[in-house]
Write a protein that binds this ligand. Sequence first.
Ligand SMILES: [Mn+2]
Length: 424
Amino acid sequence: MIETSIIEAQRQALEADLARDYAALGERLARSGIEIADLTARARAFAVAVPSWGTGTGGTRFARFPGAGEPTNIFDKLDDCGVIQQLTRATPRVSLHIPWDKAAPADLLAKAEALGLGFDAMNSNTFQDQPEQRLSYKYGSLSHTDAATRAQAVEHNLECIEIGRQIGSRALTVWIGDGANFPGQTDMGRQFDRYLGAMKEIYAGLPEDWRIFSEHKIYEPAFYSTVVQDWGTSLLTAQELGDKAMCLVDLGHHAPNVNIEMIVSRLIHAGKLGGFHFNDSKYGDDDLDSGTIEPYRLFLVWNELVAAEGVPGLDLAHMIDQSHNVTDPIESLMVSAMEIQRAAIQAALVDRVALAGYQESNDALMASATLRRAFRTDVEPILAMARMQAGGAIDPVAAYRASGYRAQVAETRPKVTGTGGGIV
Ligand SMILES: [Mn+2]
């Protein structure tokens, strides 16, 4: 963790300016009938989970360029997640990936508790072969033609549930790389039937208070067809499985220009939206930092979520899922968490009564302007005040850099030398 004296010194240097900016914004919002304290409380209640795998340098299919002081095991990763939460106060939970993060559940719990962290959804992995694995997933996992391979993939997911159960997680996210690279390679209908059959076996192993998230992705590693390629297939899956099955939307898993906020609206309508993997993209599943390419799209997604607040059963799991190739992962994850939080607070500024009126009267120009007015509002003083009130840093990246954390851990952590393709 970071020395609290660093956070305190920064607070003393920046607090007066923050107070002035906060008061000015509060005065401006009050003219629109908005109480800034309500938004600050909302910012403090915001939470997005950090993916354990995001604390290391990701990489592409071509190469991976690890930095000094990278975590090499789940306990180092949790230390890094603890720093992210300490400074941002927006990331109280960590999402684990099995088998990458496999360790004794009691040890995971003890470490997380010492850092003030909890665990979010578990993530299974049947898109790689592991060294001790008996049957290969080269031609698929949960949808494989071979029953024994499917059974092995089901067993792995049940193990993820069991580990998660022991560390306080209450959800399993399933994403498979199954698909085809050639037309004719698979019977797409029978392949989907096999997938559903395997998912039903996993679903049967869910504890009563658990949920299972179906995550869709348009392509990669299969480049011709993918079993769970879009939200339609994901919704079919969740509906067929039952009440504990929900759809997870990864922002990067769509074709360019797809209207993701509309997908969000449809899944809410169906009562099947379970959560998000936040990231950003320019071309495909680029896994770029949240809010760096299309911040307005991120805002529009949150606009749907804020509009749906109060819908019975809507209980969303928010996670970051991105790959850091040219930045310090801790810095990227902190900035991303704050960008997602920013969009959530901006969306809460939308004048929904006025918007509904413009929609009813078909005033497209003013309806659009109502959204952009909220999006243009600089809510940084609200986010910074929420962090400061919660004991976090007014400027997390500056505090992190001042701490020298990465150089410190580089002295004790073994150097990561792998240069092969990283995780995707
Ligand atoms: Mn994802």
